[in-house]
Write a protein that binds this ligand. Structure first.
Ligand code: UFG
Length: 327
């Protein structure tokens, strides 16, 4: 495919891994990121980084024209579930209104292709697992509700304005690029795997287990962990699929569930020693089990997760934890 790909939120965790993958696959890429949570160091040196907000339509429009952008991969969003419940206005503004402005800029400039970062959070507490894309969308938090609204907007724009759009619903992104240089770095960190590994490295006194009384085999929550580079691959495939399809939605997970305790055990195997654990109460809003059906992405996109093995995911995250820039 010719033309430049604009990656909004390309300095963030999943965004930057996707940028590196696009570049390695020969795409021309520009990153648009306000650096509110992203990192300049995560963007390859030869990729232009435009520091701006997607709500700034004039800036996005100028950027699209300047770089001859022909498609957009849209990550830029506020993405903390807990924070979304306390600051709903920020989430609806940044995610929903921000996306509307981005879409305005795309329409103004005639850019008609978008790959959108959605989330398993759109499903809420699922009626059954594995979760298919046709499962009910009943999000239990504001973050998930913003993603449902945006998916709906994209559908309406496909029908009314001829947009071509793929939404990707990620399950639990984890791991780091095995070839080094980038990885997960949130402040504050809220995700299980980096917290477990920070406790392993002695950077935290312990890792909390949020609830041991769930209706699961060991009482802790079960999630579908998917390597961030496999997510990146899926974005490239989704972008390429817009050559032959106008609209689609795919779950991205490995179709396998691991409990919080299994993650801690896998991490202990990788680091070679015990990790201190603190038994905490449940965290509000956590579903007991989230496992993806990933059959549609495999069948239609030809997606083949390369780093699906849990030990590999943890190992790449541990390599990153030991080498990443601190502070
Ligand atoms: N957990 C702990 N201790 C911690 C942190 C997390 O036990 O210190 C548990 C959580 O309770 C949960 C599991 O580990 O059961 C995974 O938690 P994360 O915060 O790593 O991930 P979530 O499953 O809550 O959230 C992820 C994405 C969200 C997305 C959500 C979809 O980070 O963006 O999946 O449900 F919305």
């Amino acid at each position: 495919m010719s033309g430049m790909v604009l990656v909004t939120g390309g300095a963030g965790y999943i965004g930057s891994h996707t940028v590196w993958r696009l570049v390695r696959n020969g795409y021309q890429v520009a990153v648009f990121d306000n650096l509110s949570t992203g990192h300049r160091w995560a963007v390859p040196q030869d990729v232009p980084l435009i520091v701006g907000d997607i709500a700034d339509m004039a800036r996005v429009t100028t950027t699209i024209r300047k770089f001859h952008v022909t498609s957009v991969v849209h990550f830029a969003a506020s993405s903390l579930v807990g924070e979304s419940m306390i600051e709903p206005r920020t989430y609806y503004t940044n995610n929903v209104i921000g996306t509307l402005h981005l879409l305005d800029a795309m329409r103004t400039t005639g850019v008609d292709r978008i790959v959108f970062s959605s989330s398993a959070a759109v499903y809420g507490e699922p009626a059954s697992v594995p979760i298919g894309e046709d499962s009910a969308l009943v999000p239990t938090n504001v973050y998930g509700r913003t993603k449902v609204v945006i998916e709906g907007i994209l559908h309406d724009y496909v029908v009314a304005y001829g947009l071509r759009s793929v939404s990707l619903r990620y399950f639990n992104a984890a791991g780091a690029d095995p070839d080094g240089g980038i990885g997960e770095d949130h402040d504050p960190e809220t995700h299980l795997m980096p917290l477990v590994l920070q406790a392993a490295a002695g950077r935290r006194p312990s890792v909390s287990v949020f609830g041991s009384d769930y209706p699961t085999a060991d009482g802790t929550c079960v999630r579908d962990y998917v390597h961030v580079n496999d997510l990146a691959d899926a974005h490239v495939l989704a972008l390429e699929s817009l050559e032959w399809q106008t609209e689609a939605t795919y779950n991205l997970g490995n179709g396998a569930g691991f409990s919080v305790r299994q993650i801690i055990e896998a991490a202990q195997q990788v680091v070679g020693h015990d990790i201190p654990v603190f038994e905490a109460g449940r965290r509000a809003g956590d579903p007991a089990v989230l496992i993806a059906s990933n059959r549609l992405a495999i069948k239609e996109l030809g997606w083949t997760p390369q780093l699906a093995d849990l030990e590999t995911i943890v190992q790449t995250a541990w390599n990153w934890e030991q080498h990443r820039p601190i502070g």
